[in-house]
Design a protein around this ligand. Structure first.
Ligand code: ADP
Length: 374
């Protein structure tokens, strides 16, 4: 039986492990927190720091194949493991590009992948050299996630609030729609694309608010998005599963926002709504099996369940019984004991053939179900 390691033990690792039970694989997880969402679903849990060279290297030596569920891992250790014959998905070279938002943007530029105009800055002072760029979005090169490390700078007098670290300053895109597409590439070079999904964000928390699949866009835009995802994946030159986030701007132009080299929030719906989920697909890649079918069984909407404002402590799921009583609604809780404002605590997938119904039920679920503290 193959031994597979996952770096990181959050909800993405947890859902990947739920799918692992269908395959001949022995699973290992490394993460600092022994109470993390993935800890009790793996065969072997190793407490360790995914950013530490020795921890990652020693962990990698225990397994045949390695993957990640978060980008902030020690790439140097992965490069050494790869040179010693461990299979790693995504390849460390691809991870190195994506992990840093500056390198990622430069990669798009070098490979003629459409993306918003940008400059790089090393510190806050340098922002002053780019006043003509405003309004712009500043993004930390490393260390940001879920909207932390991203901020909108409208006017020159806001530059004093900018990040004082290496970052990219991107022209603010006049967004018409936010789209994500997941692409899977096997070791043999076979490729499968999931249908693009459409996202609506919470302007306050910057977290994915509600998603609908498939995206409501003209067929030509779907083709354009697929072509961009393919070009990007080819340029990354790595097997694995990649989620590409894109903007369609007000003039209909498609721009890549960012790529995640792993299973992704925008693919949670594939668990119930698609024949092969993103988690199933990644196991097929890791274990060298044929890719699965990305076709949808039914359209879907997806609501993230995030910790309510002003609530921190032991989590209570208010309204859960009402939601569980709804038809065609699937509840996923991530097993996090403690809630805090904005923390991703679970998600709900709604299936149905009628788009209005999917939107209505998504709003209904958002109103009904709240994560509060005890
Ligand atoms: P994170 O990696 O933290 O999710 P993103 O790069 O996805 O950060 O940015 C978070 C959100 O900020 C995006 O979903 C989008 O709504 C907004 N955003 C990011 N870049 C731009 C941009 N260049 N123009 C306009 N809005 C943007």
């Amino acid at each position: 039986m193959k031994k597979a390691g996952i770096l990181g033990g959050g909800q993405l690792g947890r859902m990947l492990l739920q799918e692992a039970a269908n395959y001949p694989v022995e699973t290992w997880v490394m993460e600092n927190d022994p109470d993390c969402p993935a800890a009790h679903l793996c065969h072997h849990f190793i407490k360790g720091d995914i950013r530490n060279f020795d921890d990652v290297y020693n962990f990698g030596k225990l397994v045949d194949v390695l993957t990640i569920e978060i980008e902030s891992v020690n790439v140097e250790a992965l490069e050494k493991l790869e040179s010693e014959g461990i299979s790693i998905f995504p390849r460390p070279a691809a991870l190195r590009i994506i992990k840093n938002k500056i390198r990622q943007k430069e990669f798009y530029q070098a490979n003629e992948i459409p993306t918003s105009a940008f400059v790089t800055v090393q510190n806050k002072l340098e922002l002053e050299n780019h006043l003509s760029f405003l309004p712009a979005v500043q993004k930390l090169g490393e260390g940001g996630y879920d909207g932390k490390g991203v901020q909108l700078l409208h006017k020159p007098d806001e530059l004093s609030m900018g990040f004082d670290s290496p970052s990219v300053l991107e022209k603010k895109v006049d967004i018409a729609k936010e789209i994500a597409i997941i692409i899977a590439i096997s070791n043999k070079g076979d490729i499968a694309l999931y249908p693009p999904v459409e996202m609506v964000f919470d302007p306050y928390l910057n977290l994915l608010d509600f998603q609908i699949s498939p995206a409501d866009i003209p067929e030509k835009l779907t083709w354009r998005i697929e072509a961009i995802a393919l070009k990007l994946a080819k340029a990354l030159n790595s097997p694995g599963l990649f989620a590409v986030e894109l903007f369609i701007d007000q003039s209909g132009e498609v721009l890549v926002n960012e790529t995640a080299p792993r299973v992704h929030n925008s693919g949670h719906h594939t668990i119930e709504a698609h024949f092969s989920s993103q988690y199933d697909m990644l196991w097929r890649i890791l274990l060298n099996y044929p890719l699965g079918s990305t076709a949808a069984i039914l359209p879907s909407s997806l609501v993230n369940l995030i910790g309510e404002k002003e609530n921190a402590g032991e989590a209570v799921y208010e309204g859960i019984e009402e939601v569980l009583a709804m038809d065609e609604v699937y509840v996923h809780l991530y097993g996090k004991n403690q809630t805090k404002p904005g923390r991703k605590m679970g998600h709900i997938t709604i299936l149905g053939s009628d788009r209005h119904d999917l939107v209505r039920k998504a709003h209904q679920v958002k109103r009904m179900l709240k994560v509060i503290s005890n």
